[in-house]
Design a protein around this ligand. Structure first.
Ligand SMILES: [Zn+2]
Length: 338
């Protein structure tokens, strides 16, 4: 097999070689969340030549993201671009050989199986634990391998879970912790090198897996981008694991919450308030009396200080300016009429 000039350095790396590169090119990967983890992992995988990337994210690019999300630019934040859309645009400019599909949506019980269709591997780019437990259930049930990764402050964790072969996320952490029990980036902060170390480790695990060179056991990688330490811990399967042993998919059976506080962001997401895609233009006309309104192809944003409402075409509304779900729902009812 000839060496492809574009990927020549990667192919010269003997564990990959031209054969590994062909496997990478044939791979279909889902990036579940495109923030500090997902955007950087997607960047590495697109440059490595992964053939297809499906990028799913619910948020918009904000100025505070730019410090550690290397895929995005000031113009993305200024335009209020959805992260999935901005990522797809930048990745197409980085590597036109890669097919990128962007999905602006919140991953939940209602859409996770559709998003897993035709996917060989999922990269966890989530910013919350509940979504990880849901992904673990869905991937275990449908035999899709996934790579956990998280980074808060300077601490990084990552590991590959292959249904039927390795331990799963619930073997590692049986139950969802109480709200507030786990540190988040909004409370503890984060430094860019931690996000990049996490994304690099996640991408390394992905390249190993896609080329058939995954580590034989479940390994949890724990690193610190400030202390500059890295450890590898072997995780055993739990014979009583509710997910991979007993096949009780508790998180798939959980009904989605109608309104959730977005951790530490003084914002609430209200879900599924529309039956159909709202008519943003008509709505913009009505909301002109309430505050400044901006509309683009993907969303409507109402600036009514101290609140800001962003309506997405999939029926979500993000209310900024309050952490209170009740108040957020009432603002949506008052202004959007649902
Ligand atoms: Zn398990």
């Amino acid at each position: 097999m000839n060496i492809d000039a574009r990927y020549s350095r990667q192919e010269l790396f003997s564990p990959i070689g031209p054969e590994g590169q062909a496997r990478i090119r044939a791979a279909r990967v889902l990036i579940a969340g495109c923030g500090g983890l997902g955007s950087n992992s997607a960047n590495v995988l697109a440059r490595a030549g992964v053939g297809f990337l499906r990028i799913v994210d619910r948020d918009l690019v904000e100025l505070t993201n730019l410090e550690r999300q290397l895929l995005f630019e000031e113009s993305d934040a200024r335009d209020g671009a959805p992260k999935a859309v901005a990522a797809a645009r930048h990745l197409a400019a980085i590597n036109s050989e890669v097919r990128v599909e962007s999905v602006v949506a919140d991953i939940g019980t209602d859409n996770i199986f559709d998003l897993l269709q035709g996917i060989d591997l999922v990269l966890d780019g989530f910013d919350n634990l509940q979504a990880r437990y849901l992904l673990n259930d869905a991937c275990t049930k449908h035999n899709v391998p996934w790579i956990y990764a998280s980074c808060v402050s300077a601490t990084v964790m990552a590991g590959l879970f292959v249904p039927g072969k390795t331990a799963c996320f619930r073997c590692l952490h049986r139950d969802l912790p109480e709200p507030g029990a786990v540190r988040t980036c909004d409370m503890a902060g984060i430094i860019a090198p931690a996000a990049l170390v996490a994304a690099s480790i996640q991408a390394s695990i992905a390249l190993r897996f896609l080329t058939g060179k995954a580590l034989p056991e479940t390994s949890l990688i724990v690193a610190d981008a400030w202390d500059l330490s890295l450890d590898r811990i072997v995780v055993s399967r739990d014979e009583n694991c509710p997910c991979c042993a007993l096949k009780q998919f508790d998180f798939l059976n959980m009904a989605g919450q109608q309104a959730i506080t977005l951790c530490g962001r003084n914002a609430v997401q209200v879900r599924a308030v529309f039956e159909r895609r709202p008519d943003f233009k008509a709505l913009a006309g009505r909301l002109g009396a309430v505050g400044a309104v901006r509309v683009n192809d993907h969303l409507l944003r109402l600036d009514a200080p101290p609140y800001e409402l962003t309506l997405f075409e999939d029926g979500r509304v993000i209310v900024k300016g309050t952490p209170d779900p009740k108040l957020a729902r009432s603002l949506v009812a008052r202004w959007v009429g649902v």
